[in-house]
Design a protein around this ligand. Structure first.
Ligand SMILES: Cc1cc2nc3c(=O)[nH]c(=O)nc-3n(C[C@H](O)[C@H](O)[C@H](O)COP(=O)(O)OP(=O)(O)OC[C@H]3O[C@@H](n4cnc5c(N)ncnc54)[C@H](O)[C@@H]3O)c2cc1C
Length: 252
């Protein structure tokens, strides 16, 4: 699915280099050049995106249970392994709807939900988080992309007996301006056809369709049910069979 995003970047004149290693940043006071294992490039600005790591080193002797990367392990109520200590957000794990083990998915969505739950529980109520699906989305130039649930790689790592379906359809009717291609991938259980994950890429309404897949996973829907799900249709928004209906029906 990322090929669409890479093509979009290149179409906008971005020199995308995926297998290049940055070995040095050069300049006096400000960075003027980056040195890679292939060349030296003059730059105006450098943005380093090196991933996310919980800032929890100060807890290393506390005995609190953490993942290998330092994420504090919490249960569905935000409780840590130490009584009366709760955690939520980028410093902590988040329960996953489809995984037995706590996940590290640092997103504002689950940080906020777990934060509210921790607040409620500290205030004397009992609230529990059912679990994340790792739903997330991005816009790259003019293209939207979203993912939810398990990726194929995750299903493989979990040794699940899964199948995938991949379709390229249209976001709406052709007689209303704005028709664009939309690509959908579903990951589902081979035997039960219950949907486990989905990804959508396209110029219009890809992310909102990802949200529909998230709701379908939450409701343990099958691909067959998605195929007949009563989704909206009017020319500016979909075709009579929405692209998600098509994906559900193509899945065998
Ligand atoms: C560039 C960027 C884009 C993102 N876009 C998205 C997005 O589109 N969607 C999405 O879901 N998520 C997104 N995220 C992730 C999201 O921002 C985080 O998951 C979320 O902010 C985590 O909330 P938090 O409260 O755990 O941590 P933070 O928001 O990081 O808050 C932690 C706070 O604690 C303070 N702090 C740290 N140490 C101390 C200390 N010792 N004493 C006192 N205060 C301290 C920090 O200054 C900070 O204010 C993005 C993150 C980045 C960096």
């Amino acid at each position: 699915m990322t090929t669409y995003l890479e093509d979009e970047l290149r179409a906008h004149g971005v020199n995308l280099q995926k297998s290049t290693k940055v070995v040095a940043l050069k300049g006096e006071n400000v960075v003027t050049h980056i040195v890679t294992d292939k060349e030296e490039v003059q730059v105006d600005l450098v943005i380093l995106a090196t991933g996310v790591r919980p800032n929890t080193a100060f807890l290393k002797d506390s005995g609190i249970e953490m993942l290998g990367n330092g994420a504090i392990v919490v249960d569905n109520e935000g409780k840590t392994s130490i009584a009366n200590i709760y955690a939520a957000g980028d410093c902590a794990t988040v329960p996953h709807l489809l995984k037995e083990t706590p996940a590290y998915i640092p997103l504002a969505t689950s940080a906020n939900k777990l934060g509210r739950i921790v607040g409620e529980n500290l205030g004397g109520n009992t609230m529990s988080f059912e679990g994340t699906l790792g739903s997330s989305c991005i816009k790259v130039m003019d293209i939207e992309a979203g993912r939810t649930g398990l990726s194929e790689e995750e299903a493989k790592r979990m040794n699940l007996d899964y199948k995938t379906v991949y379709i390229v359809d249209k976001n709406q009717t052709d007689y209303y301006p704005g028709q664009e291609s939309i690509a959908i991938k579903l990951i589902y259980d081979s035997a039960t056809k219950v949907i486990l994950g989905g990804q959508v890429v396209g110029k219009k309404d890809a992310v909102q369709r990802t949200n529909v897949i998230a709701a379908a996973i939450y409701a343990k829907m099958t691909t067959k049910q998605l195929g007949m799900l009563d989704l909206c249709y009017a020319p500016p928004f979909a075709r009579t069979w929405d692209a998600l209906n098509v994906a559900g029906n193509v899945a065998k």
